[in-house]
Design a binder for this molecule. Sequence first.
Ligand code: GDP
Length: 312
Amino acid sequence: MTPTPVFSLSGKKVWVAGHRGMVGGAIVRRLGSEGCDLVTVSRDQVDLVRQSAVEAWLASEKPDCIFLAAAKVGGIQANNTKPAEFLYENMMIEANIIHAAHQVGVKKLVFLGSTCIYPKMAPQPIPEHALLTGPLEPTNEWYAIAKIAGIKLCQAYRRQYGCDFIAAQPTNLYGPGDNYDLESSHVLPALLRKAHEAKLSGAAELVVWGSGNPRREFLHVDDLADAVVHLAKVYSDEEHVNVGSGSEVTIKELAELVCATVGFQGSLRFDVSKPDGTPRKLSDVSKLHSLGWSQARPLQVGLTQTYQSAFG
Ligand code: GDP
């Protein structure tokens, strides 16, 4: 059952911060059907790390609602080698936008987190209340600490000033705007590209990193955008909300699905010299379901759409 809406986007001025990114871009696409007045700004015009620039922008625009999808992002390698940039830039972006949003009276703000906020040894599926119950994965703790601070800022401004600021917590995403660089991409775009190129070159095999046994959850970024727009309308509380598909596949199953989607008929070879990473990372989406939202695209459907738009 869908809860009664608490906020309407229709006719409202809405700023998507981070509209050039994969998530921000999807939110912009999704808001196209909400009848709102959408505003965006480029990095050349407003550097979100600079407080005075953010304050001036928000004072002049005075949006009713903000989707905060701007962040410095990167894979394990970038996180590990640039800890200062990941911690500093993400904390500044969040603090600047959330504080200035309060100053100019923004009525709704939706902050986007990341699954790495949860403790490395969190129970599976991971419930929202697992936050801050144990040590983080050390390789991305800089980014995670900044994202946890963002969630806490939303809670603090709600408690002290009554701001309707909420936080959504997406799982692993895929879809338009993804990174297909084999060195720095995540597994799903990497496998799509590898299978496509293997098919074109007539290769006999496709190399999959690790054992193929780890399990991962995947959500199409357009489903994420739909979920956060839904949450903006129906949710108003302190605790963040997990946004995921609620189902998982092994990397081997994913590779098989990708090969079937692409039409690559060779064999899979598992390169166990590459790391497996976390064995399992699945969100508990019972709260999201109770708020009346569940994913529209099964993985097979989303994969086909993504393959066609990226390589078709
Ligand atoms: P994670 O979810 O943070 O661990 O990040 P990834 O999406 O990069 O990796 C998920 C899993 O997929 C790991 O077990 C990887 O070893 C495995 N994997 C298999 N093949 C690939 C590949 O070609 N690229 C990447 N990035 N991961 C791969």
